[in-house]
Design a protein around this ligand. Structure first.
Ligand SMILES: Cc1cc2nc3c(=O)[nH]c(=O)nc-3n(C[C@H](O)[C@H](O)[C@H](O)COP(=O)(O)O)c2cc1C
Ligand code: SF4
Length: 441
């Protein structure tokens, strides 16, 4: 199978090598097309976002206003902070010019003359690599004012790298824009959507790194060619990041719709120690987990995973063997979301903390009979009641893990006992959260 995003070409991160293999030919072609034709082509290709929601890229671009005298912006989302996701950094390292070329084409299609590449603060190595690639592209006249002469066009886009400060929430698109604006990374209520009021209130499109890296291929080889790769309704290749108890963890580029079992057992070498699988989270930590006995026939595309009771998310597959303590897993995931909650919405801010405290109590041998139902109730009260989807990201692992593995958790909850409240203040924030007592033993 041909790899479109991470082909086996040595030194593809060097501009001359990228150009020798057809790099920036798509940009040349695109700049001779009308923006509407590009959007139509991307729509027809069926390309769907690789940042989590799998939304049609062409359709999103078409939401940008055509007649406006306000500036328009493109943001490339490389925050990549979801546990289990580590695929965008492969593009930054091994094929950064394809992302830059895709971003250039997308900017032209939506009429943006400024593009920000947002990268997570901890990606120190990759920050330097992307800046190096941007510098090389500028020097070669592929970006900025000089590109007008290079491509014989009057369109020019300035591309900037914006480095985050290490907050998961800044991957959420509206929070990402607040962060670029120099404000605290708080998500905004939608509507208005970014195409109506984005960066500094102006029309903005946000796309994931991998999403735009697909675009040069679509322009070069056509929507029809692209739409025939992989799953019909979610075409293309996907970078699957496989982690956990597998022999060969790593990023595997495969057609969408590849069997989950094929990815685990063939590409990732199977389970460590040839043990059985207890659970798999197929799309990064926020997606509902699947039981080991639910995996047969599950295909890795948005619709198949939805049908199987989960989601494609970022394609980060986390494999857990039969000896995994799911309570520790769930506590660790919840601890992450609790820590990363921006604190604006009460259900998320308080609920994540409550869930974490209950998990810690259970791990400490002080679980009580109603705890599992209480956890599900807290998760249900977070879901759908928050400004951004971090609420769902925190709630889903809890409610689906308990629903699908209830037997695993029952052993942690004893007989019902009446606990006297520690104090009369309602907020549990009053109580200090102990740091993983079980991990210290
Ligand atoms: C809490 C949270 C964190 C997110 N983090 C990322 C991220 O790191 N990278 C990303 O591309 N999308 C992330 N998203 C999704 C973005 O909001 C947005 O949907 C995506 O960047 C759009 O790009 P796409 O349409 O190309 O997938 C996150 C969403 C939420 C709710
Ligand atoms: S859901 Fe959580 S992270 Fe999102 S805006 Fe509300 S408090 Fe912040």
């Amino acid at each position: 199978m041909e790899k479109l995003i991470l082909p086996d070409i040595p030194d593809l991160d060097k501009l001359d090598v990228y150009k020798k293999h057809g790099g920036f030919e798509a940009a040349k072609k695109a700049l001779r097309m009308s923006p509407d034709d590009i959007i139509e082509e991307v729509k027809k290709s069926g390309l769907r976002g690789r940042g989590g929601a799998a939304f049609s890229a062409g359709l999103k671009w078409s939401f940008m206003p055509k007649t406006t005298d306000r500036p328009k912006y493109l943001c490339i989302n490389g925050d990549e902070s979801e546990p289990g996701s580590f695929k965008d950094r492969q593009i930054f390292e091994f094929n950064p010019f394809q992302m830059i070329e895709g971003a250039l084409i997308a900017s032209y299609a939506i009429g943006a003359r400024t593009c920000y590449i947002y990268i997570r603060g901890e990606y120190y190595k990759w920050i330097k690599l992307v800046q190096k690639a941007l510098d090389a592209a500028y020097e070669d006249g592929l970006l900025g004012e000089k590109m007008k002469k290079t491509f014989g066009t009057d369109f020019a886009v300035e591309m900037y790298l914006h480095v985050g400060a290490g907050a998961y929430i800044c991957g959420e698109e509206s929070s990402l824009m607040s962060s670029i604006e120099g404000k605290r990374g708080y998500p905004r209520v939608k509507p208005p959507f970014p195409a109506q009021a984005g960066l500094w209130g102006d029309p903005t499109t946000i796309n994931n790194v991998e999403t735009v890296a697909n675009v040069p291929h679509i322009i070069n080889r056509g929507a029809e060619w692209y739409s025939k790769i992989g799953a019909e309704k979610h075409p293309g290749t996907i970078l699957f990041g496989v982690s956990g108890h597998v022999k060969k963890p790593g990023v595997y580029e495969l057609p969408s719709g590849t069997l989950l079992t094929e990815i685990i057992h063939e590409h990732a070498g199977g389970v460590l120690g040839d043990k059985k699988i207890k659970a798999v989270i197929p799309g990064g930590s926020s997606m509902p987990p699947l039981r080991g006995d639910q995996l047969e026939g599950v295909r890795m595309d948005a619709d198949s995973l939805k049908e199987a009771g989960s989601g494609i998310g970022t394609g980060g597959i986390m494999v857990m063997d039969e000896d995994t303590d799911l309570l520790k897993v769930l506590w660790r995931i919840t601890h992450f979301y609790h820590h990363e909650s921006c604190g604006q919405c009460t259900p998320c801010r308080e609920g994540c903390g409550w869930m974490e405290k209950i998990f810690l109590r259970m791990l400490d041998g002080r679980g009580v009979k109603g705890d599992l139902d209480l956890l599900v109730s807290v998760a249900n009260n977070i879901e759908g009641n928050t400004i951004c989807a971090l609420g769902e990201a925190a709630a889903w692992p809890v409610k689906f893990m308990i629903a699908r593995f209830r037997d695993e958790f029952e052993k942690y909850v004893g007989e019902e006992i009446k606990l006297e409240p520690a104090d009369k203040v309602h907020s549990m924030r009053k109580t200090e959260t102990p740091i993983a007592p079980f991990a210290l033993k």
